[in-house]
Ligand binder design. Sequence first.
Ligand code: AHR
Length: 523
Amino acid sequence: MRAVLVCSILIAAAATAPAVAAEKVQLSVDLSKAGAKIDRNIFGQFAEHLGHGIYEGVWVGPDSTIPNTRGIRNDVVAALRALKVPNVRWPGGCFADNYHWRNGIGPADKRVQTLNPDWGGVIEPNTFGTHEFMDLVNQIGSEAYISVNVGSGTPQEAAEWLEYMTAAQPTTLARQRATNGHAAAYKVGYLGIGNESWACGGNMTADTYLSQLKIYSRFVRNYNPAQEGKQQMLKIAVGPGDANTEWTETIMKAYRNHEWSWDIHGLSVHSYTVVKWPPSYASVGFGAAEYSQILKSTLEMEDLVTKQSAVMDKYDPQKKVALVVDEWGAWYAPLPGTNPGFLVQQNSLRDAILASLNLNIFARHGDRVRMANIAQMVNVLQAMIITDKEKMVLTPTYQIFRMYVPFQDATFVPVTFDAGTYTKGNISLPRLDAIAAKDASGKLWLAITNLHPEEPVEIEADLVGIAPKSATGETLTAPRVDSVNTFEAPNTVVPKPVPVKVQGSRLALKLEPKSVTVISLEQ
Ligand code: AHR
């Protein structure tokens, strides 16, 4: 057997590691048992008209001194391009069921000023509308996931919006789109039919929503000829906001016997890591106890996805309908001094670990979970990016999304290991989590999270079906669980290279406490 020793350079990451003897964990990756594709859409983003999520965070207007392209911040676009964002959900959220698309088209100085009653009661200038959103999606190389207004809109209004965006023939609406600057039909990859229709989207029962769903699914059409067949727009129904499965039962039961005249391709579920409402956990200045409570809460995603998937399996054993986790992430108390309606919070190493655990859950359920959208992309909740006027900083969560890019559309490969336990007070967590995948070029990717905030782990891995030529890796960790990146110190939580030893089909590496490590192995 050919033995190769590959050792990359050890850099300062180790400086944060306490002098604790590392426990050894055996891990096995079996390439002969490849599973489902990890759909790139699980790395989707969500951008709502909420606080500074759009205005200031993405949109500064063409006359701004902040460098922009047609009003969209260049720094934010460049950062998002690096994430290969597969889709962006817009305009909400609760905002979607207040949104009337005609307010957001036409000359900027003629746009009407409306209100944003859900989020701070501020004026909505409507300067960021359909064309600006499509421009954003195009600039970052992503796809549009449009949520239409079911709560306070009509099927006709939504149908006309889709005609406006997608008709290639010279209808009056398509000509209006051309007059407003875009002659070609837009592509709308995904259509969300309402948002949280059981709450802010209209307080409907599942049966009432189902009637609406059938009507919207029938009449809200995509006319773009380029979206026929495999490129068809995927319609996503509102699903539940917790592990309760009654709503899912109603929709999926109807789906099983659905007529030709309506259809869905996805059922959404929303699940925030919040522990209890209203959100009260601080996003900064916490210790190991709050770290453990939040991670315990986030791991409930596993149970939620398992329960909802089981109901879907009953009515859709062929798994035609995807479970779309189109709002997820940590929701903490608003930062002191901010508008509570703007949902402003910091983003720490804890959030990076939380993101890795959720992405791992989605990847393990890849046969059913084929789309997810973290809330939200910029300046709101568990954001990728935080801005303040001309300043921008990339969060620890951003770093995880960047490190996980190779998992997009890669094939899931099972990993077995004894996770062990980390206990803090009355909370027990798995101390380790891991996923693996093979990309289109044959590279094997391994992501391992060490949840333990104080103790490192020595990994010894058996690689079944691969004897790699080389291995490289990077680790994300920081001095404390609540370490954050700030405008003044933007590189506190950034990935650093990690040494990996490979010998034949065995791999060895040391994981820092409270870290996420991604390794690539080349055959
Ligand atoms: O992401 C913030 C809000 O959370 C969304 O607008 C809503 O759908 C959910 O309740």
